[in-house]
Design a binder for this molecule. Structure first.
Ligand code: NAD
Length: 294
């Protein structure tokens, strides 16, 4: 089986390496020629346009930043759609707007191409060790056909519904993560200014109901003032913007999400957009004129 892989960034590069390790033949592309060269050295074929990659592949995977990039690669000039052939399956693993997943799916379906939306959670470390969680939208039979390929990159692969459901699930994930980071930030700033060490608060509460994966992952980063990404503020702004657009499409107000999005915008304006999203604590520190530390 030959797999096309487009988008060899922080996530796509280790994901494609895991496919090669699992024995799949790859044809790859990215604007970043260094990343492409790294994959060539591991035996991948160098692809040119998405059209050509589609023509030569049984499955094409994309791991791109956002909806416009996916639309350009799938439906644009020399896009995947122009290389459509019988049996081709397209798996978009980027985190994008669910409405765009459905739009791309419909356009490709007219050419006989099947599609899954399969965004991931876990970040670079889990992309490297192949233990990401994948949330998949699409038809059961297409999911089953592609399951082994997804398993080669992930620890958990779950079909959550029809096309677009993968990205709805990812948005739900991103809302929960963002609000949790904001809650941890508020709590640490409160305890710091009230004279109780946030590190002691962390130790005391981590085993109770307030404990969470977010507290475990992001709490120590705030205490150590280590804001190296991880997951960047600008990517979380993208996801929360997609969450609000989607929620409005369905008539669902998201009051807390919109507040945290504005906090992230304030951080972006302040020059923190490329930091880890745990730097949300800096928003609260500015309000309270205090700095969280060990
Ligand atoms: P990235 O910016 O590091 O990588 C994206 C890559 O796509 C870049 O190398 C870019 O050159 C390439 N690209 C863009 N347009 C292209 C085109 N037309 N043809 C070929 N290549 C093209 O981003 P990333 O961190 O790898 O994230 C990718 C997706 O995964 C995003 O939707 C992100 O939200 C999601 N995600 C990221 C993380 C994370 O921790 N970084 C975790 C989970 C999900």
């Amino acid at each position: 089986m030959k797999i096309g892989f487009i988008g060899l960034g922080i996530m796509g590069k280790p994901m494609s390496k895991n496919l090669i390790k699992a024995g799949y033949q790859l044809i790859v592309s990215d604007f970043n020629k260094e990343a492409v060269h790294e994959l060539e050295l591991l035996g991948a074929e160098l692809g040119s346009t998405p059209k050509e990659i589609a023509e030569k592949s049984d499955i094409v995977i994309t791991m791109l930043p956002n909806s416009p990039n996916v639309k350009a690669v799938a439906l644009g000039e020399n896009g995947l759609i122009e290389g459509a052939h019988e049996g081709l399956v397209y798996i978009d693993m980027s985190s994008i707007s669910p409405g765009v997943s459905r739009e791309v799916y419909q356009r490709l379906a007219e050419k006989g191409v099947d599609m899954l939306d399969a965004p991931v959670s876990g970040g670079e470390p889990k992309a490297i060790d192949g233990t990401m969680s994948v949330m998949v939208g699409g038809k059961v039979e297409v999911f089953e056909k592609c399951k082994a390929v997804l398993d080669a990159m992930a620890g958990s692969v779950v079909l959550v519904g029809e096309i677009g459901a993968g990205n709805i699930t990812k948005l739900a994930n991103q809302v929960i993560v963002a609000l949790n980071i904001a809650a941890v930030s508020e709590a640490f700033v409160l305890s710091q200014k009230a004279g109780v060490e946030p590190a002691a608060v962390f130790e005391a509460i981590r085993g109770g109901l307030a404990g969470s994966t977010v507290l475990e992952a992001k709490g120590p980063m705030m205490l150590d003032r280590n804001f190296d990404p991880g997951f960047r503020i600008n990517l979380h702004i993208k996801d929360l913007t997609n969450a609000l657009e989607t929620s409005h499409e369905f008539g669902v107000p998201l009051p807390l999400t919109s507040s945290v999005l504005e906090m992230m915008y304030a951080l972006k304006v302040d020059g923190h957009e490329f930091e880890d999203h745990s730097s949300l604590v800096k928003f609260y520190e500015k309000l309270a004129n205090v700095e969280v530390s060990r």
